[in-house]
Design a protein around this ligand. Structure first.
Ligand code: NAD
Ligand code: TYD
Length: 360
């Protein structure tokens, strides 16, 4: 099958972490997506979405901003029609596991009902031209459940989500799959490991640890910090999404990982040392802030991804090595204090207070 070339792209969740990095990449001068006529970003601007994440591209005439909820069928229909959208990267979601444990309602609403609404609108809008369209549904490795010390998730691994977040993403993946099986909508599903890089809200592990380290606050490590995650730089994920859009076979899913696995404690120690170096603090100053706190309920022990299908079928390779990119990421958060202030919110403060009691 030849390459698919999108012209008028919709990115849902484009004001979030990965969506904003993807939007920037799509609009980059001389980049791989130079053929795009327009990029429409649709985002509800929840506590996790911020226009500050789109700094640097908001004045690009190809960028169109739509403040809307993916559950709002009429709004989604309008966007697809008004902009003659022919391709969708669907990233809008509730994405934080700990919040899904606190209250799962909004995860079911956005991740399941929202995905249903979006994909159903796309199916109806594109009914007479499926061949000229693509729907890339962006998902996570967490749908596969947890691993022990060995092994890695392949695209054949049965779904066994453990958190309400993972379950809601799994449900959305299955809906997306069903729209290919039933209607032939050209859906490509991607399942990626943990991302890191600029513009990630400081309530996920890496930016939270950096933000707390700067302010001299405790670094909360769940349990004993023995859980293992695989970390992929967001640029590599965005490249992967483009390859899934342009080279992926409809009806297929693709796993993306880096091979860079690390225990949470090791990662936090590395981050602490990097912050010490950058701020010219004595080594060990920031490690002393590490505080072991009550473990996450149902905490998955290990995730690991087998990316061989993506490498073979999409010619995708990860290019950013954690060792190098982590230092660069720390420097980005330290340099961007104005951004950190811009994405702070009452909701963020509320969650921190409830979720980490007695830690200030
Ligand atoms: P994020 O929380 O930073 O961003 C989500 C965005 O979606 C926000 O801008 C938010 O305002 C928007 N949104 C939420 N509900 C909405 C609604 N009802 N309508 C419209 N917009 C809404 O998340 P992220 O880390 O950028 O993740 C993006 C996608 O990638 C998610 O689907 C997530 O499951 C998936 N993913 C994330 C990771 C990771 O490590 N961050 C890894 C694999 C897959
Ligand atoms: P997170 O960034 O929430 O991603 P996910 O749960 O999707 O993997 O967390 C990454 C790991 O870090 C996870 O094992 C939970 C752990 N963690 C902590 O130990 N302390 C924290 O304060 C946070 C937010 C996460």
């Amino acid at each position: 099958m030849g390459r698919f070339e999108p012209r008028r792209l919709l990115i849902t969740g484009g004001a979030g972490f990965i969506g904003s990095n993807l939007t920037r990449r799509m609009l980059a001068a001389g980049g791989e997506a130079a053929g795009l006529e327009k990029v429409v970003v649709l985002d509800a601007l929840t506590y996790a979405g911020h226009l500050a994440n789109l700094d640097g591209v908001t004045s690009d005439p190809r960028l169109h901003w739509v403040h809307a909820d993916i559950c709002d069928r009429a709004a989604v229909e309008r966007v697809l029609a008004d902009h003659a959208i022919d391709a969708i990267f669907h990233l809008a979601a509730e994405s934080h596991v700990d919040r899904s444990i606190e209250a799962a309602d909004v995860f079911v609403r956005t991740n399941v009902t929202g995905t249903f609404t979006l994909i159903d609108v796309a199916r109806r809008a594109w009914a007479d031209r499926f061949d000229a369209t693509r729907f890339v549904h962006v998902s996570t490795d967490e749908v596969y459940g947890a691993l022990g010390e060995t092994g890695a998730f392949t695209e054949q691994t049965p779904y066994a989500p453990n958190s309400p977040y993972a379950a809601s993403k799994a449900a959305s993946d299955l809906l997306a799959r069903s729209y290919f099986q039933t209607y032939g909508l050209p859906v490509v599903i991607t399942n990626c490991c943990n991302n890191y890089g600029p513009y990630q809200l400081p309530e996920k592990l890496i930016p939270l640890m950096i933000a707390n380290a700067v302010e001299g606050k405790p670094l909360p490590v769940y349990g004993q910090g023995k859980q293992i995650r695989e970390w992929l730089h967001v640029d590599d994920h965005c490249a992967a999404l483009w390859s899934a859009m342009t080279r992926g076979t409809p009806g297929e899913s693709y796993n993306f990982g880096s091979g860079d696995e690390m225990s949470n404690l090791r990662l936090v120690e590395l981050l602490a040392d990097l912050v010490d170096d950058e701020l010219a603090r004595a080594r060990g100053t920031t490690r002393a802030l590490i505080k072991f706190v009550v473990d996450r309920k149902g905490h998955d022990f290990r995730y690991a991804i087998d990316s061989s299908k993506a490498r073979r079928a999409l010619a995708w390779e990860r290019s950013k090595v954690l060792d190098v990119k982590l230092a660069e990421t720390v420097r980005w958060y330290l340099a961007n204090t104005a951004w950190r202030q811009a994405v702070a919110s009452e909701e963020h403060a509320r969650f921190q207070a409830v979720h980490y009691p007695g830690l200030r």
